[in-house]
Design a protein around this ligand. Structure first.
Ligand code: FES
Length: 579
């Protein structure tokens, strides 16, 4: 019996050397799960199952998957969930970024290997949406993103709390002696009180909004709280839409690799700046675009940053939480406010252009949370790219979360050679440090350490106790999207490669000029050459075998999104490797 169907269960048969036998065997085994022939004849909607006992943010995934299934069944498809790697941000050692590409590879191969016609990508916690999108781009099957949604806020002594900007604020107070053990324990119990992703404009919220801005999600889906009934309706609608994509020829033209073009990439950068989103998104967008051969141009980002107003008033740079953004009109309100600066003719997964989607959105929004462009929070975007002799391939500063008084400075370097060195010495009462110094952390980049969120170097305890709230901090690490401070991140090339960052020594002078977009190490080249000769690379996070061997051999620097060189490339799964 020859393969007759163009979609559904008999797609992509297992190779036994006899396709008819493979079809017969697959039907037989599928029937063992109790499905009727009518069900097994339907197109198939795959659903990523990213729940895990190690992922609090995805606690609601089982309920969401049920709602997706409801929608897919109503649309005439057979919904089948399948497990993929789940990355719970705070449960992973040494850092979740080390596993984003592993998850992306898992997602890509499981979408490609299994007989699904479209897929609903359920995820939310920081690295999961980038990994799902990267995998779906490379798998090139019709897909819809469904975010788990943000947590709701908690309360402590009448004060509203949300992970994780408030986590850091209270921890800084505790370190400075302003809170005792009992108080910090009570706060710990009230920071994260529901399912869902961090309640502020952290990486998860940023990536959800960018997925909506890029047209990869049904409209309005980014900000609905995880516990809100609308979240389940969004899930049902996503399942219904995935069923359409699975049966409709239009689905073939709406794969992510076709939706994301340079114009969409520019829209995403613009929106990132307008929401004052997480610095991590720069790395994730570079990786997403890199899968399609689209570079993330730092000069373009700076140009957009200079002309894009910050419109969203959310923590960590503003006052509100994600649940307030939902009540204020959600991502559609932000996109409508920005519409004059967006490419509106680009496609979305709905089949309509972005302009058509925005025309259909509710025109109401709350100006306290989503400002009109004439009254922005800031006339310029939240992020700037820096370069100079200390960062030849670039670095990132979230100026919206930084202290402007520190923007034009020269300072003395106080250097920590590794994460261990940092934790050993930062609170040493004898540490030679003043508030005017620049704290420098080396060897926290992709190769050395998996690029953890360690760029938010703590203020040395003796300075914190004296009331110092911010200092210039420089590293090749990342920073949580929920953090704040004058923190220069993603310095590239990383220190472990013997770059200028790796050659900085205590007492060197460093010059920062945000206005000139410069970060310079004021040390003579002859002296740097001398240091280079004796440079010894750190052991790094790589290993001789397994995933970490792949990481060690193929990981790219921050400017290329920290993807693996072997995962970049086109629809064929990445033959055009680039480094
Ligand atoms: Fe999951 Fe913050 S820890 S989104």
């Amino acid at each position: 019996m020859a393969e007759k169907k163009k979609h559904g269960l008999l797609n992509g048969l297992t190779h036994y050397g006899d396709p008819d036998f493979a079809a017969y065997l697959r039907r037989s085994f599928a029937r063992s799960m109790g499905y009727s022939e009518e069900m097994l004849g339907r197109p198939i909607v795959g659903i990523t199952w990213t729940a895990s006992g190690f992922n609090n943010c995805h606690r609601g995934v089982p309920q969401l998957v049920e709602a997706v299934k409801r929608g897919a069944l109503a649309g005439g498809a057979l919904p089948l969930e399948f497990p993929v790697t789940s990355l719970g941000e705070v449960f992973l050692n040494p850092t979740s970024l080390l596993y984003r590409n592993l998850m992306a590879m898992d997602v890509e191969e499981m979408i490609r290997a299994q007989p699904m016609d479209s897929v609903v990508l359920v995820g939310g916690c920081d690295k999961t949406l980038p990994a799902l999108v990267m995998g779906a781009i490379s798998a090139a099957k019709p897909a819809v993103v469904l975010a788990t949604g943000p947590m709701s806020t908690g309360r402590y002594h009448g004060e509203r709390l949300g992970a994780c900007t408030d986590c850091r604020r209270f921890w800084a107070q505790y370190r400075a002696g302003g809170l005792d053990e009992k108080q910090i324990g009570e706060i710990e119990g009230n920071l994260a009180t529901t399912q869902g992703t961090c309640a502020v404009m952290g990486t998860a919220s940023t990536m959800a909004i960018l997925c909506e801005a890029m047209g990869l999600m049904l409209p309005g889906g980014a900000a609905v709280p995880a516990v809100h009934a609308d979240r389940l309706r969004q899930a049902e609608a996503s399942g219904l839409h995935a069923a359409r994509l699975a049966t409709d020829k239009a689905g073939d033209g709406l794969t992510f690799d076709r939706i994301i073009t340079p114009a969409v990439a520019e829209n995403a950068l613009r929106v990132l700046l307008a929401i004052s989103g997480s610095t991590n998104a720069v790395v994730h967008l570079a990786a997403i675009f890199g899968r399609l051969g689209i570079g993330l141009d730092m000069d373009l980002m700076n140009r957009l940053s200079d002309e894009t107003p910050v419109l969203v008033d959310l923590k960590p740079t503003g006052a509100h939480y994600m649940e307030d953004l939902h009540a204020a009109g959600g991502a559609p309100a932000v996109l409508r406010a920005l519409r004059n600066q967006l490419h509106l003719g680009v496609p979305t997964v709905t089949g309509e252009t972005l302009g058509e989607v925005l025309d259909a959105a509710d025109p109401w929004s709350d100006p306290a949370v989503v400002r009109p462009p004439e009254e922005p929070i800031s006339p310029q975007g939240g992020l700037v790219a820096l370069s100079g002799t200390l960062a030849p391939k670039g670095a990132i500063l979230k100026r919206a979360a930084a202290t402007p008084a520190l923007f034009e400075r020269e300072g003395r370097a106080v250097v920590f050679g590794s994460l261990e060195d940092l934790s050993r010495r930062i609170d040493d009462p004898d540490l030679d440090v003043t508030p005017d110094d620049f704290l420098v952390l080396q060897n926290a980049g992709p190769l050395a350490a998996g690029m953890p969120e360690a760029g938010y170097l703590p203020i040395p305890a003796k300075l914190a106790r004296a009331g110092v709230k911010d200092m210039v901090r420089i590293s090749d690490a990342r920073m949580s999207g929920t953090a704040f401070g004058t923190i220069i991140l993603h310095v590239s090339p990383e220190a472990a490669l013997g770059s200028p960052l790796g050659l900085v020594r205590n007492g060197d002078r460093i010059r920062l000029s945000v206005e000139e977009r410069r970060l310079d190490l004021l040390v003579e080249e002859t002296e740097l050459a001398r240091r280079r000769e004796s440079f010894a690379p750190p052991p790094g996070v790589g290993a001789e075998r397994g995933w970490r061997r792949l990481w060690r051999d193929h990981v790219l620097q921050a400017a290329a999104g920290v993807d693996l060189s072997v995962l970049r490339g086109g629809r064929d799964g990445g033959r055009e490797n680039s480094s």
